[in-house]
Design a binder for this molecule. Structure first.
Ligand code: S3P
Length: 163
């Protein structure tokens, strides 16, 4: 089985769905953010404040290439798609599944979250702008699934049917 890359905006449910999918397929799950945190020895929020977003994006690009591309579910950070080479890498090395979720639903789920430096629940227009800017990148995926108001079971079943 080719690697499965789950993409989508912060709060779309990538981590939970990735875990469930990996159990159903009996393959490991790797989260790009956790992988970076382990390798660098710093939390994502600290990388952003101490080193800046550009350094984080460099890690994201470098470590994505080190992950296995078979028999694995890879859950990605919401901004992985902004680098063209990451989109190309994922499209060429596995199945890219975009977990679409309506932005208002995401606001209901994610309140202010110190672990997500780019999620601004106070100035919602900033978060909406980021969401809109990224939509065309997410839409390049092999499979697009609208997860808004669907149960985790339904989402995982739809992915399994598509595979
Ligand atoms: C980011 C999303 C985060 C994390 C970092 C940047 C983004 O991951 O990679 O804070 O640019 O959207 P999640 O999508 O898992 O929250």
């Amino acid at each position: 089985m080719k690697a499965i890359y789950l993409t989508g905006f912060m709060g779309a449910g990538k981590t939970t769905i990735g875990k469930r999918l990996s159990e159903a397929l009996q393959v490991p799950v790797i989260d790009t953010d956790l992988y970076i945190e382990e390798k660098i020895g710093k939390k994502i929020a600290d990388i952003f404040t101490e080193d800046g977003e550009q350094v984080f994006r460099k890690y994201e690009r470098e470590y994505l290439r080190l992950l296995p591309n078979r028999d694995v579910v890879i859950t990605t950070g919401g901004g992985i798609v902004i680098q063209e080479e990451n989109r190309r890498w994922m499209m060429n090395n596995g199945h890219v599944i975009f977990l679409y979720c309506d932005i208002e639903t995401i606001f209901d789920r994610v309140k202010t979250d110190p672990t997500r430096p780019l999620f601004d629940a106070v100035h919602k227009e900033n978060t909406r702008r980021l969401y809109n800017q990224r939509m065309s990148f997410y839409n390049e995926a092999h499979f697009i699934l609208d997860t808004t108001s669907k149960s985790f079971d339904d989402i995982v079943n739809s992915i399994l049917l598509w595979l």
